[in-house]
Design a protein around this ligand. Structure first.
Ligand SMILES: [Zn+2]
Length: 304
């Protein structure tokens, strides 16, 4: 399902799996698209009240902001999330504060209100858990890097992998993977490990949070890995040169946007990728990563 984020389709995805007894929503999206989500479900012939499970890849507001609101509206729905994400659903104040540092006054327009989820509805998941939902067997794999509490859901039988953001951002009909690298959890080493893990599972299809299915899994993952490194090096180099955050942002845009323009041939693609994962957030994430995890690399002198 495509949630109409700021009126644009094909940016934020939510996935529904169902059988006669159970219906699960994977990453319900932000509160700002709840009304659209519910009416789309009804139009597709599903009764939202039949939703039994809400599965979260991670708790960022574009994936999970609506969870509290849905828990209130859908009395049967139980919420499943990694143990490190669970406390932030029950008390979303830190998540809201963290997002506010990135989005400021745009918060209500972008994400809407974030309601707490009652603790008794939240179920903690760990790496290696297996969920039996809607006739499927979903393996839970811990995949940090984008977020410290990120997990993916893998259906071994169908080969479908619900990837959240750990497999990057690639909009439909554009052959371009962008690394979504928000603060404060960005961890490249953990991310590479998570990508290796996904590769080892040999999925047939990745369902990306932003957006839709990707079937050329090997090449997709290789592209993401390469770009995570390349973009990080651009930011690191600019930090060594003493550039300000704003200058680094402009520099990164100048260095990377032409490639997307070339590949996409659609001026709207730039705007659409920015809606899915924007440059200010990307730069803040990398800057924090280098400062916290690799201060030694900031000391190296720039090549002459
Ligand atoms: Zn996201």
């Amino acid at each position: 399902m495509s949630l109409p984020f700021l009126g644009e389709h094909g940016i934020i995805g939510s996935y529904l799996i169902t059988d006669e007894r159970q219906t699960a929503l994977i990453d319900p999206g932000p509160t700002s698209t709840v009304t659209a989500l519910l009416s789309e479900l009804r139009e597709a012939g599903f009764d939202p009240e039949a939703i039994t499970h809400i599965l979260l890849t991670h708790i960022h507001l574009d994936h999970a902001g609506a969870t509290g609101t849905l828990a209130r509206l859908l009395p049967q729905a139980q919420v499943y999330v990694h143990s490190q994400g669970a406390p932030h659903l029950v008390d979303p104040s830190k998540v809201i504060a963290s997002a506010s540092r990135i989005y400021g006054e745009q918060m209500p327009t972008l994400w809407g209100e974030v309601e707490a989820v009652p603790a008794e509805r939240v179920h903690s998941l760990e790496d290696g858990n297996v969920l039996t939902v809607a006739g499927r067997r979903l393996e839970v794999h811990y995949t940090p890097g984008h977020a410290i509490h990120h997990i993916i859901f893998f259906d071994v039988h169908s080969g479908e992998l619900f990837a959240g953001d750990v497999a990057g951002v690639r909009l439909q009909d554009v052959d371009y993977v962008r690394p979504p690298t928000p603060p404060p959890d960005l961890d490249l080493e953990a991310w590479f490990e998570s990508l290796s893990r996904i590769s080892r599972l040999r999925p047939d299809v990745l369902y990306l949070g932003h957006f839709g299915p990707t079937r050329d899994v090997t090449r997709h993952i290789a592209n993401l890995r390469e770009r995570l490194i390349a973009w990080g090096e651009i930011v690191l180099q600019a930090m060594r040169e003493g550039k300000s955050e704003e200058e680094i942002r402009e520099h990164l845009i100048a260095k990377t946007q032409p490639e997307l323009e070339r590949v996409a041939r659609d001026p709207q693609a730039i705007k659409r990728y920015d809606l899915a994962t924007n440059y200010p957030m990307t730069v803040q994430g990398y800057m924090r990563y280098w400062r916290k995890k690799h201060p030694e690399r900031l000391q190296e002198s720039p090549p002459a």
